[in-house]
Write a protein that binds this ligand. Structure first.
Ligand code: ATP
Ligand code: MG
Length: 396
């Protein structure tokens, strides 16, 4: 029988006890593999076991799901057998024989969590290696850098045979890091920022600004699909869609053109903060990266940061665009982000935005925008909530 093993990542977490961690991990995995058929999910020896209950259970699909679960540092598919040498050898051959035919070098590694097993790890590796060589005489044994490593794990309940394990999604389990309000645009950066915070255990409340009729339905659908793609890792994402047209038009009509971008960003930040407080979030998250565009210089960031009444996390602040794009490709948001539907940031943008706005001048200019703060309160109040789950079929 084949099963999936997930190995815990940062369990040395202070303040989070192991039981809590394991219970939340098991609950999450059960939910995430529900659509793949019937699986038994349980934990033992710092590993979570995901076992198909019958032949209908789709282990390939379950494996893909488990690779997206935060808190697991490695995932592996393994064959289960009796804890005796003959079964282990036969299982290794039947499970990995065809892969051994496609490589030139291999080695066997054994791990013995059950110390009552009658052979040492070295002895077991040697015996299994000899058995496999007999059946694949062209194979060379290579201790350093073999093309395939056969791993035999002797655990309390059974023996497990598998090839090299893959890295898991890493991070810490969703729901253990508090709630964060993430400003989500349709761009490349902010979905990556959201994903990074989810990976640190945060529940995500995303906030998206739209300005109809300047921005269209397609742009909105694009952001919803980005949120969905993040939810495939995070499990669930709340998305608030904020009507931002009134604020933007008001700023455009009543402030100097070259202050437009900074004033708009301060306005977004204040609205996000209102929603964040209402939703009991502990922090705001943005996808800013220092120096990437005019509004992301230190002085511009200072002008927006100062209106937020809570910590503002910028997980991409030190990253290059290339690194961010690579991450976006890995998590599956890149192809959605590069679709051409523009969000509200691209409308009314001045030809020459200030790269070094002076806070005092910005505050002064803001006073000249009539009724802006009331409009912001209305925008926060009129924002529309969509709860997006990883299993939403609308977005597949
Ligand atoms: P991104 O790729 O995330 O859109 P960007 O390089 O386009 O970033 P900006 O347009 O300056 O940069 O936006 C900086 C940050 O402000 C974004 O990462 C996002 O967190 C937030 N933001 C921008 N536009 C919106 C929007 N329409 N709705 C919500 N948040 C936004
Ligand atoms: Mg953008």
């Amino acid at each position: 029988m084949e099963i999936i093993l997930g190995k815990y990542g940062e369990l040395a977490l202070k303040g989070l006890n192991k039981n809590q961690f394991e219970n939340s991990m098991v609950r999450t995995i059960r939910k995430r593999v529900e659509h793949c058929g019937e699986f038994r999910v349980h934990t033992a020896q710092s590993t979570v076991y995901v076992e198909p209950e019958n032949d209908e259970a789709d282990i390939d699909e379950a494996y893909e799901e488990i690779k997206r679960i935060f808190g697991l540092s490695a995932v592996v598919r393994a064959a289960v057998c009796e804890k005796d040498l003959t079964s282990i050898c036969e299982t290794a051959e039947s499970y990995l024989g065809s892969r051994l035919d496609s490589v030139r070098s291999f080695k066997v590694n054994s791990k013995r969590a059950d110390k009552k097993f009658p052979m040492t790890s070295m002895e077991l590796s040697r015996e299994v290696g000899a058995y496999l060589i007999d059946r694949h005489p062209d194979l060379a044994v290579s201790m350093n850098g073999p093309e395939l490593t056969v791993i035999c794990e002797i655990r309390d309940d059974a023996a497990y045979v598998h090839a090299d394990q893959l890295p898991g999604a890493g991070g810490i389990p969703t729901g253990t890091g508090g709630k964060a309000a993430c400003m989500l645009s349709g761009g490349i950066d902010s979905p990556v920022a959201a994903w990074k915070m989810a990976r640190r255990g945060c529940d995500l409340v995303c906030v998206h600004f739209q300005s109809p009729p300047y921005t269209g339905e397609r742009a909105l659908y694009k952001v919803e699909r980005l949120a969905w793609q993040v939810s495939r890792w995070a499990g669930r994402v709340c998305l608030f869609e904020v009507p931002f047209t009134d604020c933007q038009v008001n700023i455009r009509d009543n402030a100097p053109e070259d202050y437009f971008t900074v004033l708009m960003r301060r306005s977004m930040m204040r609205i996000t903060q209102k929603i964040a407080e209402r939703e009991e979030c502990g922090a705001i998250v943005t996808g800013e990266s220092l120096g990437q565009v005019a509004s992301q210089t230190m002085s511009a960031i200072r002008c927006t940061d100062i209106v937020a009444g809570m910590p503002v996390f910028r997980p991409l602040i030190g990253d290059d665009k290339i690194e961010i794009s690579e991450c976006a490709k890995k998590i599956g948001t890149f192809d959605i982000s590069i679709e051409p539907y523009e969000d509200c940031c691209t409308i009314f943008t001045p030809k020459h935005p200030r790269t070094k706005p002076v806070l005092e001048a910005i505050v002064e200019a803001e006073k000249g925008v009539p009724g802006l703060y009331e409009m912001e309160t209305a925008a926060a109040d009129n924002s529309v909530l969509k709860v997006i789950h990883f299993y939403d079929e609308d977005f597949v």
